[in-house]
Design a protein around this ligand. Structure first.
Ligand code: DMJ
Length: 655
């Protein structure tokens, strides 16, 4: 706008184009004159002019691309506006492409561990982990309305040729490993058709389990409906995650037991009331095995895609737990805000917890076609595989989420904090069609490690038990939790692992049974100490005052189920029957529900604790019902693998 000031220094550029001679002279003259002027410029001036020209050209080019994009977008928007929307949009979102690098998955870059404050002002940055935008919510609501409709709850199942009675009308198909493209909409396990929840075909013991279930359910329904756990004595409830834990954990049990009315009522609650967009912390492991596992198996058994959609939503909300420097997940994650964190007192996670979510995450990937679940979970397996601090395949109990290394080295147990690490090595290998060698090798090495370091025999009955090792010192202490091991060993032997595994399974099964048998109530304590000395003691199993409670845990009846199914020996059914009778005698609350008790050694005062854990319905009663069945096709062990909360998931390539 303003005339340029006269150059004061020679460094300034002065380009004068004489207006009067531009176009009336010949071309050659004009070119020569421009060339002369160019030659008169200093080298610096020429460089600057060239630089400016290049910048101008680049600017022009970029502007062109941007404007072209805008035009294209406007074009496609207006074209779309003219198109008819499909009347029935697909039920499931289109499969997302897996990220090449799991670190690049949106929302998976390391986050700073944030301390958790359960009470406090609401988080002002509430954000769903996977972009829960208004649009997405509307879309989900619309799809929900279509699939869920009161009368239509079984519509998906009917369409797929599955009915309540399990009369399949479609040809059966094998499940596909997740490497292949997932089907959309995904199909539930075809073998669900084998389940015959027909009350007429139930034997007396199975009917007794159904009766126990209905009694437990009546208490939950009356006093705790939609809440996490029943408090049967005070006829109230307790919350852990506030997600209807017992109801979700019990869904597949109801299906298997043939409780159609109860299942449908629970299904309606899931469709209308189970919402995950809430500012609440959940434990990654516990919510994975109970909620994710429960929803996935409910989907497989019923064929109802509502459960899969809920599972996918929930799985997405768990993903921020993996945003740690080491890729070893934090113990807790807020499913509303997407903020994950370790426990208040440490940055460690529990080894069993981070290594016992894989069956569920892998299956979720297979069903949805979204690989991020599987990749995050398997990265944990890979990292734990390569860690130092193991003892012949045995793992310590803690792992640090910053360094990714084991901590508290030198302590080894098959009980709390390590148990299901071993279980999931075997079960992932089975789930994946027995192809993943590393899982098998780690499992076989661990079983050898157990034999070498943790086995001992008690007095006077010479019961084989699994103790603990604390910096080289053996302790004759065994958690009830360890009683999952006979079942897991038997399952491995069934799938072709050494016959000695079955022998050890049978020996340990006797021990777990004795943990019940030698108590005055016929119910096992939480922790047993085994007598190692040849004294006058008549009991192998000794109990400390702090350990004599019983939480209605499933591990022993779980193993009884495997042992009976795989050996055919009816003594295991009889043992399970004794245990069910003891539960009925000492833990059944007349007004509804069952309660954990504080003292298994005092039949006159077992001291009910006023709590019915969700796993009593999810696991204990389910395994008892399966134990009393003589039909090997009722959830065949060649077709299904049970997660650590007793939720059956399909084997990808069944034999
Ligand atoms: C359940 O949640 C699972 O079985 C888990 O593996 C261990 N603890 C309880 C049952 O005891």
């Amino acid at each position: 706008m303003y005339p340029p000031p006269a150059p004061a220094r020679r460094d300034f550029i002065s380009v004068t184009l004489s207006p009067g001679r531009s176009y009336d002279g010949g071309r050659g003259l004009r070119r020569r004159s421009c060339w002369r002027k160019w030659k008169q410029l200093s080298r610096l001036q020429r460089t600057v002019v060239l630089f400016l020209l290049v910048v101008l050209m680049l600017f022009g080019l970029l502007s062109y691309v941007h404007v072209a994009d805008e035009w294209a977008a406007v074009d496609s928007r207006s074209a779309a506006a003219w198109q008819m929307r499909p009347a029935n949009p697909p039920v499931l979102p289109a499969p997302q492409k897996a990220a090449e690098n799991p670190e690049a998955v949106a929302g998976l870059s390391p986050q700073k561990p944030q301390r958790h404050f359960r009470r406090g002002p609401p988080n002002l940055q509430i954000r769903a982990p996977e972009g829960d935008s208004q649009e997405r919510r509307q879309d989900q609501a619309q799809r929900r309305a279509e699939v869920v409709g009161e009368a239509g709850w079984g519509a998906e199942a009917q369409r797929d040729g599955l009915s309540w009675r399990g009369a399949g009308t479609k040809p059966q198909q094998g499940t596909e490993p997740p490497g292949k493209k997932a089907e959309f909409p995904p199909r539930p396990s075809p073998k669900a058709a084998r389940i015959q929840p027909n009350p007429a075909s139930q034997n007396a013991r199975q009917k007794a389990v159904v009766d126990a279930f209905l009694h437990a359910w009546a208490g939950y329904r009356k006093f705790a409906w939609g809440h996490d756990e029943l408090k049967p004595l005070t006829r109230s409830f307790s919350e852990w995650f506030g997600l209807g834990l017992t109801l979700i954990d019990a869904l597949d049990t109801m299906w298997i037991l043939g409780l159609k009315k109860e299942f449908q009522e629970a299904r309606n609650w899931v469709s209308k009331r189970l919402l995950f967009q809430k500012d609440v912390d959940v434990n990654l492991f516990e919510s994975t095995i109970r909620i994710l596992g429960g929803l996935l198996s409910a989907f497989h058994l019923s064929g109802d895609v509502l459960f899969l959609k809920k599972a996918e939503d929930f799985g997405n909300r768990l993903m921020p737990a993996f945003r740690t420097p080491s890729k070893i997940p934090y113990s807790d994650v807020n499913i509303g805000t997407g903020v994950a964190h370790p426990p208040r007192w440490t940055s460690d996670s529990t080894v069993a917890e981070v290594t016992s979510i894989q069956l569920e995450f892998r299956e979720l990937s297979r069903l949805t076609g979204d690989k991020k679940f599987q990749e995050a979970a398997e990265e944990v397996t890979r990292r734990v595989h390569g860690l130092h601090g193991k003892l012949d395949g045995l793992v310590p109990m803690f792992i640090n989420t910053n360094s990714g290394s084991f901590t508290h080295l030198g302590v080894f147990t098959l009980g709390a904090r390590a148990d299901s690490y071993y279980e999931y090595l075997l079960k992932q290998w089975i789930q994946g069609g027995k192809k993943e060698r590393q899982l098998l090798e780690d499992y076989l090495e661990a079983v050898d490690g157990i034999r070498k370091h943790l086995l001992a025999r008690s007095e006077p009955r010479k019961l084989t038990f699994v103790g603990e090792l604390n910096h080289g010192r053996f302790s004759a202490k065994m958690d009830h939790l360890v009683c999952f091991l006979p079942g897991t060993l038997a399952l491995g032997a069934h799938h072709g692992l050494p016959a000695e595994h079955m022998e050890l399974a049978q020996a340990l099964m006797d021990t777990c049974y004795q943990m019940y048998r030698q108590m005055e109530t016929g119910l096992s304590p939480e922790i047993a100490h085994f007598n190692l000395h040849r004294t006058k003691a008549v009991k192998d199993v000794q109990v400390k005052a702090a350990d004599r409670h019983n939480l209605l845990r499933p591990e022993t009846v779980e193993s009884l189920f495997y042992l009976h199914r795989l050996t055919g020996d009816r003594k295991y059914q009889d043992w399970g029957w004794e245990i069910l009778r003891s539960f009925n005698t000492y833990t059944r609350v007349p007004s509804g529900g069952y309660s954990s008790i504080s003292n298994v050694q005092d039949p006159r005062h077992p001291q009910p604790r006023d709590k019915m854990e969700s796993f009593f319905l999810g696991e204990t009663l389910k395994y008892l019902y399966l134990l009393f069945s003589d039909d090997p096709d009722l959830l065949s062990l060649d077709t299904y693998v049970f997660n650590t909360e007793a939720h059956p998931l399909p084997i990808w390539a069944p034999s």
